[in-house]
Design a protein around this ligand. Structure first.
Ligand code: NZQ
Ligand code: ZN
Length: 398
């Protein structure tokens, strides 16, 4: 196990009906808040109004900013930052999936700094991210997730898309840990089967990225990771079939939070190649993040099966019921088992199914390595994924 430092400062309120505590929690920190949310879902499901009522009952003044698109754009974040500054908001609340929560974090940073948010994207061509990251100052943040996927609710990172340059990338820093998150699994009852499946794939990917690329002598982390993967594998299909199954929704919600809170990756190192490759697809074609990850996984796993068959075999045996003893054979069987799981949630697809054009693959491979490589000519993984290799993965996923 490698040495590590771990900070998990976000206070977590978890469970049925906890969303009603939003007002009381916010009132401890602020008299006026910016409530950042998406364009449709939270209004349609009534949760936006519930949160506004809770805040107002607690005497908190609310400014609603409901313009966040999936794969949030930097110009929308900049507008939110301007409003937060002009209105004198003291707390930024992100209500929704990863997109509104990430946007809330970025708004909390730019409201103070006044910098355009695209400069915070790691790998951005301006190079300013080298000075701006890690983010050390931001307004206080609170999150209320309505979708189990990203783990953004309790981590200190986010992802933005700069539309003009098609750069999609991460930003992070200690100031971006939410002070508190209210995780009420019932808020996810209304998530569609498609986004439920995408979310399960996203948390699965957060778990296997470092597990497959990092140190293999982090035994506690292996057990934690495998337990959380099993939670996603078992409960994803249940929630897809039965959207109001509370225990399945609660398991997915808690697993997604724990999957990207630093816990399973600490002491292991490793990298996030699948995320680098997927973010470029979402930047160019605005596809769902989890869906893109599902599509790329089989081609990526084929490389892992060659480079580190022992790790893929271990995941197959401990999470997908693979019984084969030979590592190389077990690694191949793991790929089949993952595909079967994707099929059980109707998320086994190809890039061509999402309207992506073959002639754009080469451009996207170059962009993916440029942004994801952060100055290197490759994305680190179980091997160095250079432009040629990323293009091959895109082609095989087409
Ligand atoms: O558009 P709105 O109206 O908000 O509706 C959303 C959206 O259409 C809808 N939705 C959310 N909660 C719902 C619901 N519909 C019905 N009932 C509910 N309760 O679902 C759609 C997807 O929402 P979005 O927030 O985009 O999804 P997700 O949570 O998957 O977030 C994706 C974003 O997070 C980034 C991704 O790159 C992407 O931009 N990520 C953030 C991470 C982080 N901060 O740590 C890590 C991840 O790896 C990821 O990269
Ligand atoms: Zn992800």
């Amino acid at each position: 196990m490698l040495n590590f430092q771990l900070s998990m400062p976000t206070r977590i309120l978890f469970g049925r009906g906890e969303v009603e505590k939003a007002g009381a929690e916010a009132a401890k920190m602020a008299g006026k808040v910016l409530l950042v949310t998406g364009r449709t879902a939270t209004r349609k499901t009534g949760v936006l109004q519930r949160v506004i009522n809770s805040l107002e009952t607690a005497g908190v003044e609310v400014v609603v900013f409901d313009k966040i698109e999936p794969n949030p754009r930097t110009h929308t974040v900049d507008e939110g930052g301007r409003i937060a500054r002009e209105e004198g908001c003291e707390l930024i609340i992100g209500l929704g999936g990863g997109s509104p929560m990430d946007a809330a974090k970025a708004i909390a940073a730019v409201a103070l700094s006044g910098h355009p948010s695209h400069e915070y994207i790691a790998g951005n061509q301006t190079g300013r991210w080298r000075e701006l990251l890690p983010v050390q100052e931001a307004l206080p943040i609170m999150t209320i997730p309505t979708l189990a996927a990203t783990g953004s609710e309790a981590n200190n990172g986010g992802v933005l898309t700069h539309e003009e340059t098609k750069e999609k990338g991460g930003f992070s820093g200690p100031a971006l840990f939410p002070k508190v998150t209210i995780i009420d699994p019932e808020l996810t009852f209304t998530v569609s089967p498609e986004y439920t499946a995408d979310g399960a794939v996203d948390m699965f990917t957060h778990l296997y990225e470092a597990y497959l690329t990092g140190a293999d002598d982090a035994l506690v982390q292996d057990h934690l990771t495998e337990g959380l993967i099993r939670a996603a594998v078992e409960n994803g299909p249940i929630a897809v079939q039965e959207p109001t199954h509370y225990e399945a929704r609660a398991a997915l919600m808690w697993a997604s939070t724990l999957a990207l809170i630093g816990l399973t990756g600490a002491g292991r190192g490793g990298s996030f190649p699948m995320h680098q490759m997927e973010h470029t697809l979402s930047a160019f074609y605005d596809i769902s993040h989890g869906r893109g990850l599902a599509i790329l996984a089989p081609a990526y796993f084929k490389r892992v099966a060659v480079d580190r068959p022992d790790r893929l075999a271990r995941m197959g045996r401990n999470c997908f019921g693979v019984t084969e003893l030979d590592d190389k054979v077990a690694a191949e069987k793991t790929i089949d088992a993952v595909i079967a799981w994707f099929k059980s949630m109707n998320v086994y697809l190809k890039l061509s199914d999402l309207g992506i054009e073959r002639e754009m693959l080469a451009t996207m491979a170059e962009e993916s390595v440029r942004v994801g490589g952060r100055g290197q000519a490759f994305i680190p993984a179980t091997r160095e994924l250079d432009v040629k290799e990323v293009l091959a993965i895109y082609e095989e996923s087409f």
